[in-house]
Design a protein around this ligand. Sequence first.
Ligand SMILES: NC(=O)c1ccc[n+]([C@@H]2O[C@H](COP(=O)([O-])OP(=O)(O)OC[C@H]3O[C@@H](n4cnc5c(N)ncnc54)[C@H](OP(=O)(O)O)[C@@H]3O)[C@@H](O)[C@H]2O)c1
Length: 252
Amino acid sequence: MTTTLITGASSGLGAEMARQLAARGEDLALCARRTDRLEELRTEILAAHPERRVALRTLDVTDPDQVPVVFEELRAELGGLDRVVVNAGLGKGAALGTGQAAANRETATTNFLGALAQTEAAVEVFRAQRSGHLVMVSSMSAMRGMPKSMTTYAATKIGAAFLAEGLRTELHGTELGRTVDVTVLYPGYIASEMNEQVAQQTPLMVSTEKGVRSMVAAIEKRADSACVPALPWAPLSVVMKHAPLGVLKRLL
Ligand SMILES: NC(=O)c1ccc[n+]([C@@H]2O[C@H](COP(=O)([O-])OP(=O)(O)OC[C@H]3O[C@@H](n4cnc5c(N)ncnc54)[C@H](OP(=O)(O)O)[C@@H]3O)[C@@H](O)[C@H]2O)c1
């Protein structure tokens, strides 16, 4: 029996991960600010899988005092947390120096400081119970410095990935490293509230269900890292990392 905490579970990838993990027999701890959405999702999941346990909490990940309190409450309620998926995120942003610093700061606070608070709280639980699985939801945009509205977002996503990577490096070869795993997911375009406007503009967008199936497969494999879906994003990651800037800009 696995108990999985997912932040940002009120919509998009987080909500669909909850559906698919429940179908695979996992108990769930779901967090977000829009609690009404979480209640609806719990009703839906329990209708399909009455034997599952689904605990809910209102959580704003930008509140560093609230995050560990909520994680600990959920751990106590469910009798442990086997896995924490750091998923809550924001896609606001504007080109640097164009007078929209507040939007970039909001994205940085949610995606990086929020991810840091969640990782601290999750790893504290894992250290105490001497086991666990941290799943960090990064982004394909973390492969390279991105222009314009993506600049800050991409920077937060490589930052979040490096929190997880750093933890994996620390754990490597240690006693705790045998029982604590770290997975970093790099999603490409997957339909969600965040990218509703982008949906019309790229043929690379996949449905929420298909994209999340790929995320869940990587989670269950406890892969170190995965571009999801693997095609076209795993080969594209090489191009994104190494292409000359002129070529990269034409791709974006
Ligand atoms: N969809 C994609 O193509 C794609 C690609 C790469 C990476 N990602 C990443 O995947 C993750 C999920 O995004 P999504 O695409 O599913 O977008 P989404 O549908 O907009 O979902 C974002 C989730 O994050 C939560 N959230 C935002 N700010 C929060 C805060 N301050 N405190 C707590 N929860 C907060 C939202 O819940 P509330 O508003 O209810 O709090 C919502 O549940 C994000 O980290 C995103 O960067 C998505």
